[in-house]
Ligand binder design. Structure first.
Ligand code: SAJ
Length: 428
């Protein structure tokens, strides 16, 4: 259904439309959309959550959350009691919050905005005049100008009259989402002060921290810059690890001492950087500014090289300990970090992929948070896993492991997270 400007009768200000209908339609009920929808509902807003995945909507309607996250189930119960609705249908309302995935194209490193475009197209099919579309999905700087504005205009909507656009990038960390939704500062990018103020008021219903308003382009850039900063800092720690390995020095001791300087804060080395944020967002800058984003590109390369570095360490330690059968080596952890069930871009998956490319296989794998089989030789019981291996590579420091470290007592351990103090422990 294509609306033309003439078909849009009457003119109402954003103030009037938001006052008229307080229902918020959250589009995309994944890692960001679901907690956001639940939070808005819990804090007194009328919320309908929409997702195109029928199975996901059915799960939610059956009273089950779709991923594990501290405090999420309690929030879910609260939102249900406040009347939140889950559906596959887009709603006719005045405020939409879009939290759909924004993958990047692995070949050219540029953002793939297809999900955001599809969501906005669907909103335009049903929304009334004066509706506001808030995009929470992380997008590369300029995406809204390049793809979303032309899309809206191509449907004969006038931005600023028929449709208002906002970019409110999410900022919550998996593992601490509920707390951070309440306590993190937020950025609201909008075309004018009135719209920014209205949406700020909406987020203020639950966000207890500062909410900064700015332009859409600045909000886009700020979000990507934040995650890139962290990627570069981790890359520095990882590069130092390689240098210290060659020099036979203890990188952790060096970082610990250096961080005592009041203006130094080096992050921790690790087996690589996973997740859908820090390992993805810097590529947006590299993809759009290949001639300028040199440091950012190097940082990505360093972090992406870490799974292979772990593989080399495994090889070296196997020789050192006279372990000849790769089938006696086990990787502890499949997720991209501790105490989450998210495996996107996980260093363990990158390491296994690297092995396959070297035509090798046989490593055993176990993760208490990953219930379904996603790789070969995967175990679902810690003790059974330990029985079948002589060497354990700690890829992720789940609480389960930290509370049962003594179980590794008779194993050779490669600890990529610095959580194991047992004798016979090698580090990165
Ligand atoms: N990692 C290290 N060393 C460290 C810290 C992390 O190797 O010192 C690794 C982790 O193991 C993991 C990866 O980096 O594989 C990323 O983990 P993370 O916990 O640092 O971050 P994410 O991806 O879970 O969440 C980030 C957060 N961004 C920042 O801290 C700047 C979060 O606030 C964002 O909301 C989220 O990205 C996002 O959605 O963009």
């Amino acid at each position: 259904m294509k609306k033309t400007k003439n078909q849009l009768s009457g003119h109402s200000t954003l103030q009037e439309t938001l006052g008229r209908n307080k229902m918020i339609n959250v589009i995309g009920l994944g890692y960001i959309g679901l907690p956001t929808a639940l939070m808005l509902s819990t804090y007194g807003n009328e919320v309908v959550g929409t997702d195109s995945n029928v199975n996901l909507v059915n799960e939610l309607n059956a009273g089950r959350t779709t991923f594990k996250e501290e405090g999420l189930d309690a929030l879910f119960e609260e939102a249900i009691s406040k009347g939140i609705i889950f559906t596959t249908e887009y709603q006719k309302t005045d405020t939409y919050i879009v939290a759909v995935p924004t993958p990047y194209d692995k070949r050219n490193k540029k953002i793939d905005p297809a999900y955001v475009i599809a969501a906005v197209e669907n909103v335009l099919e049903v929304c009334p005049k004066g509706a506001c579309i808030v995009i929470e999905s992380t997008v590369s700087p300029g995406t809204i100008d390049r793809y979303i504005r032309p899309l809206i205009e191509s449907k004969n909507f006038i931005i600023g009259e028929d449709i208002h656009l906002v970019h409110a990038p999410e900022r919550i960390i998996p593992g601490n989402m509920v707390y951070e939704l309440l306590h993190n500062s937020r950025t609201i990018g909008a075309d004018n002060h009135e719209v920014a103020t209205q949406i700020k008021a909406l987020y203020s219903t639950f966000c207890q921290s500062e909410i900064v308003t700015t332009t859409i382009r600045t909000a886009e850039m700020t979000k990507v810059v934040e995650n890139t900063f962290r990627d570069i800092n981790i890359a520095y720690a990882n590069e130092l690890t390689k240098i210290c390995r060659r020099e036979g020095m203890d990188v952790y001791e060096i970082i610990r001492i250096a961080n005592k300087h009041p203006r130094v804060n080096i992050l921790s080395p690790g087996p690589g950087v996973g997740g859908h944020c820090i390992s993805v967002d810097p590529w947006f800058l590299v993809g759009d500014f290949p001639d300028l984003a040199n440091l950012i590109w190097q940082a990505r390369k360093i972090n992406d090289s870490m799974p292979e570095f772990v593989l080399e360490r495994i090889h070296h330690i196997m020789k050192d300990q006279s372990i000849t059968d790769v089938g006696r080596v086990g990787l502890y952890g499949l997720t991209y970090k501790e105490d989450v069930d998210d495996v996107r871009e996980s260093p363990t998956l990158q390491l296994l992929d690297c092995m396959t490319r070297h035509l090798s296989s046989g490593l055993k794998v176990y993760d208490p948070w990953v219930k379904r089989d996603i790789v070969a030789n995967q175990y679902h019981d810690f003790d059974a896993f330990l029985q079948d291996v002589d060497m354990v590579v700690i890829m992720v420091s789940h609480t389960e492991l930290r509370e049962n470290m003594t179980k590794l007592q008779n194993k050779v351990v490669l600890d990529t997270r610095k959580v194991c103090e047992l004798p016979n422990t090698y580090r990165l």
